[in-house]
Design a protein around this ligand. Structure first.
Ligand SMILES: NC(=O)c1ccc[n+]([C@@H]2O[C@H](COP(=O)([O-])OP(=O)(O)OC[C@H]3O[C@@H](n4cnc5c(N)ncnc54)[C@H](OP(=O)(O)O)[C@@H]3O)[C@@H](O)[C@H]2O)c1
Length: 321
């Protein structure tokens, strides 16, 4: 029987690294740590090796088709197929409130475009009964969308791939023309490009499930919680190991009835179509966590430096968000 293969994109650090760590401990097969930067990726492998884990490594930049094709060719030749694919690679906007076109395009090209490229090149390698986890966000739930036309389109359960692409293009065009309205998205349009990219990821997941259903393949998208990583400048309710639990559950343990679903960090399945729900990202949750950090750090005089750093961070966040 051929060796089983698990792949995690963007896994040189953060949640992806913790997913690799967890899979190395439990998955009966090879686990690929992949990264866009080879040096950072190989360093991450070395760190895991110090803990006795044995991930394999390959370069993979999801925003560079030639890199994805190279990796796909390698996997096909060496293993013939993929059993677990965790699409974790992602970026947040540099200026969350400014909606600059180049920044927005870059976020969408990586978070959504990268998934489309992976789908085109690597999905044909998925074995029957494989599992795919698309790491989305609370920004990916439909309740992030406030524009009535798009709510109507997506809450109709028959939306298509081209509807998702039109949604992404609509956003980018409106930013380019300067016609984007903050009221078209939740929380007064904060982190707009990220919300659009992740709504697209979760919507695409539903379509991918329908397309792969006949081969027993399961595809879900999930929100990992607000997690302390570089992406959040260390602010979060959860550690990367906490955050890796649900993607690992979806890759290895969840019942086959959970498919094409939108899954919360506590493993509950939410109704993605419930556009009136309260699952969307709120920037106040970041302020709340920052305040908690400051309180925690100030009660200990030894951590006064961290306290000062936290204040600097809260000022920076107030300016950015
Ligand atoms: N942290 C949170 O609170 C949170 C909440 C909701 C959702 N998420 C999602 O969780 C996932 C992981 O985020 P994180 O918090 O762990 O962030 P992170 O620490 O910044 O890690 C992101 C990873 O993605 C990689 N990456 C970026 N662009 C890539 C590309 N083009 N090709 C391949 N890899 C690429 C990064 O590589 P480099 O080191 O080269 O940059 C890094 O390894 C993302 O999809 C994010 O949107 C995070």
């Amino acid at each position: 029987m051929s060796e089983k293969v698990a792949i995690v994109t963007g896994s040189n650090k953060g949640i992806g690294l913790a997913i690799v760590k967890g899979l190395c401990k439990r998955f009966e097969g090879v686990v690929y740590l992949t990264s866009r930067d080879e040096t950072r990726g190989r360093q991450a492998v070395e760190e895991l090796e110090k803990d006795g884990l044995k991930p394999l490594y390959h370069q993979l930049d999801v925003a560079d088709k030639s890199s994805v094709v190279k990796f796909g060719d390698y996997v096909k030749k060496k293993y013939g197929g993929i059993d677990i694919l965790i699409n974790n690679a992602g970026v947040a906007p540099e200026m969350p409130l400014k909606n600059n076109y180049e920044d927005s395009k870059s976020v969408i090209d990586i978070n959504y475009g990268g998934l489309l490229t992976v789908e085109e090149v690597l999905f044909p390698l998925l074995r029957n009964n494989a599992r795919v986890v698309n790491v989305s966000s609370d920004c990916g739930h439909l309740s992030n969308v406030r524009n009535e036309e798009w709510i109507k389109k997506f809450s109709n359960k028959n939306f298509t791939r081209s509807d998702i692409n039109d949604f992404v293009d609509w956003y980018l065009e409106s930013v380019k023309k300067g016609t984007f309205k903050n009221s078209d998205l939740a929380d007064n349009g904060s982190v707009a490009s990220y919300r659009v990219s992740k709504v697209a990821v979760s919507a695409l997941t539903i379509i991918q499930q329908k397309e792969l259903e006949s081969r027993g393949i399961i595809v879900n998208s999930m929100h990992p919680g607000l997690v302390s990583t570089d992406m959040t400048m260390g602010i979060g309710f959860f550690s990367i190991d906490d955050a890796a639990e649900t993607p690992i559950y979806l890759a290895l343990d969840s019942p086959s009835t959970i498919k094409g679903a939108y899954v919360w960090y506590d493993k509950t399945v939410l109704d993605w179509y419930d556009y009136k729900a309260d699952y969307y990202f709120k920037k106040n949750s970041v302020y709340f966590q920052l305040s908690k950090n400051i309180f925690k750090n100030f009660i200990s005089i030894r951590h006064i430096g961290v306290g000062i750093l936290s204040i600097a961070l809260i000022i920076a966040f107030t300016k950015i968000l």
